[in-house]
Design a protein around this ligand. Sequence first.
Ligand code: DX5
Ligand code: ZN
Length: 224
Amino acid sequence: MRNIMLAPSMMCVSPWEDPAGAIRQLTDAGVELMHMDVMDGSFVPNLMLGTEAIKQLRRVCDIPLDIHLMIDRPEDKLAWFDIQPGEYVSVHAESTHHLQRTLARIRDYGAHPMAALNPATPLCMLEDVLPDVDAVLLMTVNPGYAGQTLIPQTLNKIARLRRMLDDAGREDVDIEVDGNVSFAHCRRMYDAGANMFVCGSSSIFAKGHTIAENVAAFRRILAE
Ligand code: DX5
Ligand code: ZN
């Protein structure tokens, strides 16, 4: 049994409403990670969470960050993020000419290196970096926005990735899913082999219930 990690997508928290309250509720609910989506308007068609947001979140919360870099040429920009030991940092295989080098640098910070793949990117892109990753992030929607619909073939991709990792002797590598990780989908994602869940508008931040209620409901579905 792999450790289940819930990683609330902090881009779903409005900086104009009550972010401190949301962070407090997430902390009380015992979420394992804080997922920070960094978008540069080039690799993805949106701008989101920059270096300052990351720095400030570290200041007000003790939960390790899970930094998802959706930026072109992350290898040139890693130093901007002041990466801390124990954090998770993912870089997209599509965004860099030097995936192995970038993952190795993340390891040098004492952080957990993760390779990320868009829905259309085949798993074979990972074959030669398996020794360099602690986890793999599979996008289950095209990155850029919250509130999208799951791309159905990504469910089978999770299972294929789990087999690929296990066959390579990397049963220890975690699989994170990101995009419409809803109450309706999370069980199938877990059964396929995912154990890190980016929880956004379709689960932890779903309207009509508190964060505590949504976290409890999500964990209950996985425990059934
Ligand atoms: C982008 C984000 C989103 C999103 C997830 O990488 O991490 O995928 O906020 O939440 P949903 O899809 O549930 O709104
Ligand atoms: Zn993300």
